[in-house]
Ligand binder design. Sequence first.
Ligand code: URA
Length: 223
Amino acid sequence: MTLEQQGDTRLVAHPLAQQALTELRDVETDPVAFRRALTRLGRVCGYALAAAYFETEPVEVETPLATTTGERLTGDVVFVGVLRAAVPFVEGLVDTVPHARQGVLSASRDEAAGMDENGRFPISVNYVNLPEIRSADTVVVADPMLATGSTIVAALGAVLDGATPARTVVLSAVSAPEGIGHVADRYPEVELVTVGIDDHLDENGYIVPGLGDAGDRAFGTAE
Ligand code: URA
């Protein structure tokens, strides 16, 4: 399973990823189905990330009939979920790499302040709980929506504060061109992986066509 390069991002073009994204976009998808689709999408993305970035080493394995050589993932993987929409997404990622270390952080937009003239929001990072990030790590920072990029830039600031992992990947389900540009400018060394690149942001910083507020849809808090 490969990732297709599209400008500054790499696209998870797998049909199952695209199908899950279509379910997420559908306004008729209820919170239970939304969470399930987001978890499934995390799983497919985990497979794509493993194929593109993770190394394996040969290992001997004893079958009931003989000894043969198999493969095992090497290297250290850290998944960081941006609360709260990333919770089901990371659940799917962890299904694919159960030995990954995990971190969470909460970064939220100040919606009341609104978007500034550069298309950015003020962000509060209220809670950060990360494992030690080591030089051999591949760190995947997951947030389903890469909109203005303000949240993920704030999240990367917390994750990379004093840490230099081997690789950092930002994984999203849907990205807006504005957010891709923002992250690529601020963190050119960070790899961007996404499932859909949408058209634009509306005046409230929502991705169009997008899927609405991912947190509200996953947790059933939409009005
Ligand atoms: N956050 C969301 O959940 N949806 C958007 O479209 C933008 C930010």
